[in-house]
Ligand binder design. Sequence first.
Ligand SMILES: Nc1ncnc2c1ncn2[C@@H]1O[C@H](COP(=O)(O)OP(=O)(O)OP(=O)(O)O)[C@@H](O)[C@H]1O
Length: 724
Amino acid sequence: MMLRTCVFAMAVGLCIDITTFCATGFGASIPKTGPISFDVFGSMLRLWVVAGIRLVILFGVSLLTLGSIKPVLKRWLAVHCFLAPVYETGQLMLHGSSPESTHGSLGGPSLWLLCTAAAAAAALFWEKTFPDSSEESHGKEKTQKARVLFMRVLYFYRPDTLLLVGAFIFLSLAVLCEMFIPFYTGKVIDILASQYKWNDFLTAIILMGLYSLGSSFSAGCRGGLFMCAINSFTSRMKVELFGALVKQEISFFETIKTGDITSRLSTDTTKMARAVALNVNVLLRTLIKIVGMLSLMMSLSWKLTLLMLMETPVTGLLQGVYDNYYLRLTKEVQDSMARANEAAGETVAGIRTVRSFNTERSEASHYDHRLMDTHTLKTRRDTVRAVYVLLRRLTALVMQVAMLYYGRLFIQRGQMSTGNLVSFILYQSNLGTNIRTLIYIFGDMLNSVGAAGKVFEYLDREPQVSTKGTLQPETLTGHVHFHNLSFSYPTRQERKVLQGFSLELRPGQLTALVGPSGGGKSTCVSLLERFYQPQQGEILLDGQPLHSYQHHYLHRKVAMVGQEPVLFSGSIKDNIAYGLADCSLERVQEAARRANAHSFISQLEKGYDTDVGERGGQMSGGEKQRIAIARALIREPQVLILDEVTSALDTESEHMVRGFTQICPSQTLLVIAHRLKTIERADQIILIDQGTVLEQGTHQQLMDRKGGYYKLRERLFTEDDTSH
Ligand SMILES: Nc1ncnc2c1ncn2[C@@H]1O[C@H](COP(=O)(O)OP(=O)(O)OP(=O)(O)O)[C@@H](O)[C@H]1O
């Protein structure tokens, strides 16, 4: 019932509209020939007024029937009502009268139908390209965010203000000079076409030369200054970002892929630098050019200028649609290339595993598949580009033909000279390019600002494990107390790794953590190193919470040798003295002696200057661990943690670990060991399983108890025996 009323009311509305349209004589009321007269203007005015009245009627009917008018309907009604007067006015302006051929044999109803169909097509096209609804508000938000980000990038450019100001001055000069070249080209043609005056010709040629020279010189200076600003901004940004990244807590690096971080550092910082310097450069240059050229073109022929401007919405729409598709496809291509590179990188990094499992062929075909994906995406992207170029060229061609047609008409009527037409056409082709650039640059700027958003996201991120403690007592005994800890890893919050965990580590004592794999031993160490923050309970160091200690102080006093010690490329000396400025060779050697590393280092050809290779690749597992122990000992820590350190050491070094109590008599020693033999003499042994302390005592006490420790030991010894 409701729908029927609506359809009926809309039909009535359209009937009223078509009647008004025909009654006012659209397409018949304007004199077809003759100069523009008062009558013509009167008729024009009537057409516009009638269009307004029709719009009000149609709006009224729509409101009454539908209750509210959707934006798409509003656009359609507006175009539907105003298309005819716009068309008539355009014709009038170009021809000075409404030529007979304008509507041909089209009568009132046919013209009305044509306008309706054209308006519907335009509204549909608009709706498809720039949809409204929820996306509209999202788009607004995005633009607003982009603006804020853009201002922040600009703010970071402060140190390069001088360079940028210089660049903008040269930019304006270059554009201004460039703009006058077509103007003087036209002038020269006019001089040549008329009665030739040598002086005029020479002046025009000299001026043209000067403008060309000025434009080239300024463009060169502008480019140089902009590049300087971009490079200095990028380096500054990279340093800041890197500083912010290394401050983040460990779980941050577990959740974010390394590729993401490196791409922020390398690609996004450069992109955001370009967002301001290059894009603003192009934007300003294009804007100045467009305004300048438009005013020069208006002075040459305002009618042709209006005609030419009709191309802009078409180009804009075309560019908008293309940018959307092209950017999306480009991103897909980049992702797919990253996947292919990742596959190649993984294979090369794990070449030993690949060789031993004989998977060279399957890895190659895996890489091939990834490359094929990239290839398909690239082909699609290039096809989109080809279609776009074709359409763009076609639009430009149509405009060029129209321009030449009307140009000839105006020259015949004496409304412009041949030189003017040449200048105009030179400007027109240039203007088209500039308008396209302007539209593209807006999109690109949003994109670059998007990259800035990602960089700022990391830059603003507050590490979840704070490093803002201030405590730095002169003396520290190293008494550690794990107090009722509960912890789960941020990446696996549902699984409790430690639960109600309490433990005391005393200075001058060796404490050993033992237990089945996955029990939570390394987790205790990670918490003591403040890699993570426990969800419940706290760790006290000399009675003070761990987080209240100053970051550098804490990591000097609590040193650790991890399960897989990481060395950095550089000499052995640099690795041992890692993080300590001005550390003498004697100190390094002393630490190496205590770590039982001196003898093997001395046997190396370059001694302490031997390069350890990337990630210590040129050292054996045991050598790496001894260097890592020396690196820890040189800091003279009060709490020393050795995580699984015995696993890669030879028997001699195992003795050294057992002798740690002599090397560090007053320090707190914490050892995680699988070879239970090495910790028999420990002052206390803690058996950990499923995140809780199961047993605690000396070796003898635990053996007498015949509990978990006893069984673990039995099992390990049986395994050892069977393996021999
Ligand atoms: N970074 C991490 N993110 C999520 N879960 C982790 C992480 N590190 C360890 N775990 C999990 O926490 C539990 C305890 O691990 P932990 O490394 O502390 O055990 P462990 O007793 O040291 O074992 P092992 O003797 O094999 O080294 C395991 O189940 C492990 O899978």
